[in-house]
Each structure stands twice: as structure tokens, then as C-alpha cells.
Design a binder for this molecule. Structure first.
Ligand code: ZN
Length: 222
């Protein structure tokens, strides 16, 4: 079998940064610009989703390479699985962005996540290892396999106290979500390297050159 085919496929998914602090938030962050004109989309196809899932640690390289032929043989099913993943992404984003803003998520979104979680449960089982027991997943090559991990991650976050620390990036160019683990709980940016530094540059230009120069800076960034 031709192995490592996935590694040779060019994909925006490879460029995605993991700054959310939780699997489900990183998945929500695979697009920047939910609900409007996307400023950046990292997932355009099912293969992108496969590549991202491997990069996120959901799928081993072997499992991802095993799913790829099934996706190629069944493009309609792969497209449907991709559509379900994108719908789940929207559900996760709406739930946690609402919480980040101090609002209550909609009952429809909670019900959609609960439904996805219930499906995930039917695919999980207790597995004995040399060191004890772990929860493992059935059917390693199912096209929907990443959904189970993602819905379980979102449900776990929702019922934990960590949900209280979910924040939305304060940049007006970014709507990414993250868990604020800073001691004073005042983190403002999804990442200091990107949004934090961009904000610093804007503040600098505003002080030195006024708002007109700031607009010039804005035009040159993400
Ligand atoms: Zn950001």
C-alpha cells in the first residue's frame, strides 16, 4: 500500500495553530469569521478534516491513512461526514462563544451537542491496557470517527468548571476561543504571537501617528 499519502497532500489544515487549550475549541478555531464572511478557513474538504484530526492527535497516522481510501471510494459519504463535522463546529462555536460573552447557549445547540454526544457514547467502550483501563473507540476507520472525539470533548468542557474560563479573542480581526489559564484570568488574546502583537503594534501607531496610520496598519494584517 502507498503509505504516507496524507503527508503529501497540501492543505491549509496543516497551517492551523492550536491555541484553544481544549480539543473542541481548537476545532471551533479552524475557521476565523464564524457567521459572517470567513477571514480564514482551514477546512475545505474531508481530507482537510482528516489531516487536521491527525495533527490534533485524534487519529494516529496509521488510522488516518486507513480512512483515506474509504473516503476516496465513497466521496458522497465523505462529503456528508464533512458536512456533519462543519455543523458540529458551528454548534461548538455558538455554545462556547455565548458562554464567553456571559450569555446562555441556545437550547437547540445544547440539544444538538447532546445528540452528537449520545452517538459518540455508542461507539466507545472500556479497554484494558497494561497500566489499567481506558475509554477507547470502536471502528477505527469510520468516516465519522473524529466527530465522536469532538463531541465528547465539547460535552466534557461544558459540564466542567473550565467552561467558566472560556474566552473569545478580543481582536476585532479574530473570533477564536480559548481557555484562560492565566493566574488573574485576564488574558485577552488567543495568542500573544499573533493577535496580541498585532494589538500592540496598533496601539503603538495610534500613539505615534494617530488613527489614519492605524488604518494603514490594519490593511496589512490578517
Ligand atoms: Zn485571536
Amino acid at each position: 500500500m502507498d503509505t504516507h499519502r496524507l503527508a503529501r497532500i497540501e492543505s491549509e489544515a496543516r497551517k492551523h495553530r492550536f491555541v484553544g487549550g481544549c480539543l473542541c475549541l481548537d476545532f471551533a478555531n479552524t475557521i476565523n469569521g464564524h457567521g459572517g464572511t470567513p477571514m480564514h478557513e482551514y477546512l475545505a474538504t474531508y481530507v482537510d478534516l482528516l489531516i487536521w484530526s491527525h495533527k490534533a492527535g485524534i487519529l494516529s497516522e496509521h488510522d488516518a491513512e486507513s480512512i483515506l481510501p474509504a473516503a476516496n471510494r465513497n466521496p458522497r459519504e465523505a462529503a456528508a461526514a464533512f458536512g456533519r463535522a462543519i455543523a458540529l463546529r458551528g454548534t461548538i462555536f455558538r455554545i462556547f462563544s455565548a458562554l464567553a460573552l456571559g450569555d446562555s447557549p441556545s437550547q437547540d445547540d445544547i440539544a444538538a451537542l447532546d445528540h452528537a454526544r449520545a452517538i459518540a457514547l455508542t461507539h466507545s467502550h472500556i479497554h484494558r491496557t497494561l497500566r489499567g483501563y481506558v475509554i477507547d473507540w470502536d471502528n477505527k476507520t469510520a468516516l465519522d470517527r473524529m466527530h465522536w472525539h469532538l463531541s465528547a470533548s465539547a460535552a466534557d468542557l461544558l459540564v466542567s468548571d473550565k467552561r467558566l474560563s472560556v474566552r473569545s479573542c478580543r481582536s476585532d480581526k479574530c473570533d477564536w476561543l480559548f481557555i484562560d489559564t492565566s493566574p488573574n484570568q485576564l488574558r485577552r488574546w488567543c495568542s500573544m504571537e499573533e493577535c496580541g502583537n498585532r494589538s500592540k503594534v496598533r496601539r503603538y501607531y495610534r500613539r505615534r501617528h494617530g488613527l489614519a496610520a492605524e488604518h494603514l496598519v490594519r490593511r496589512g494584517v490578517k
